[in-house]
Design a protein around this ligand. Structure first.
Ligand code: MG
Ligand code: MG
Length: 269
């Protein structure tokens, strides 16, 4: 069943998603060569709790940490470990919180210095595809219009591989609500978009082939060809006046600009 949110509930969800975004901006300050994902995860948990939130992923179906940190060929659901970051890494950081009984959910893929140009192109195109999906998140459209816009841009126009096994989703009092929001599909198909829906739209796009597998830890998803993968996510409310993005990537990019070890995507091109 789809839960439609009132404007008041959407404002509460904006607060949840802004805490997610501020946490990701905090991560953008901490991502340094030599620092481990585990250390950053600890700091992110403290940051969320200091701001009155509860980590949304920790304990969710047994997930062990606050952040999903997925480096290079890891697509999503990476468990923060002790391997220190190095130049040439990209890392998708996915964060969820609970605040005011509502989940926030957003993700950003960070880039260290020295990342191959084709990988930077992957990041740029994946981020742009998220916006193309959002542009189609309008009342009267269908889920397939969002899905198709993302697939068309990444696969048809740029030759990247869209992950099939994992999809976006409704979000609200539960982390994963109906409907599913695939990053592939046909225009005009699927559930009709109506005012009050809140969708987590999250293209997961591979540099090479679309095929993925799960590691033995039961969580981490990696590309089968070991090539890099990118992931960007916003939580978006469907409103009569158009899509309302509840999370915020700009504040994350503000902290990237101040971090000498990271490269901002737009500066590469
Ligand atoms: Mg997420
Ligand atoms: Mg999500």
């Amino acid at each position: 069943m789809i839960f439609y949110k009132t404007n008041e509930e959407i404002e509460l969800m904006r607060q949840s998603n802004m805490l997610v975004s501020r946490t990701l901006a905090h991560v953008g300050e901490l991502l340094k060569v030599g620092v481990s994902p585990k250390n950053i995860d600890k700091s992110a948990e403290q940051f969320i709790r200091d701001h009155g939130g509860i980590p949304g992923f920790k304990g969710y179906r047994g997930f062990p940490s606050t952040l999903c940190m997925s480096t290079n060929d890891r697509v999503v659901h990476g468990i923060p470990d002790d391997r220190p970051y190095q130049d040439g890494d990209i890392v998708s950081v996915d964060c969820g919180v609970i605040l005011n009984e509502f989940y926030g959910d957003a993700a950003y893929t960070f880039s260290f210095k020295g990342v191959a140009k084709e990988t930077m192109t992957l990041l740029k195109i994946t981020k742009e595809s998220l916006q193309k999906g959002i542009d189609n998140a309008i009342v009267g459209n269908r889920i397939g219009d969002i899905s198709n816009a993302i697939q068309q841009y990444c696969e048809k126009e740029h030759g990247f591989g869209i992950v099939r096994e994992l999809v976006g989703h409704g979000v609200g009092r539960s982390l994963h609500e109906e409907p599913e929001v695939p990053n592939f599909g046909l225009r005009g198909r699927g559930v009709m978009l109506k005012e009050g829906m809140v969708l987590a739209i999250e293209p997961m796009v591979n540099l090479g082939n679309k095929a993925v597998k799960q590691l033995k830890d039961g969580w981490t998803i990696v590309t089968r060809d070991s090539k890099p993968s990118a992931h960007f996510e916003h939580s978006v409310a469907i409103k009569s006046e158009g899509p309302d993005i509840l999370s915020n990537h700009e504040i994350i990019e503000d902290s990237i600009k101040k971090n000498e070890d990271l490269v901002i995507i737009s500066n590469i091109f």
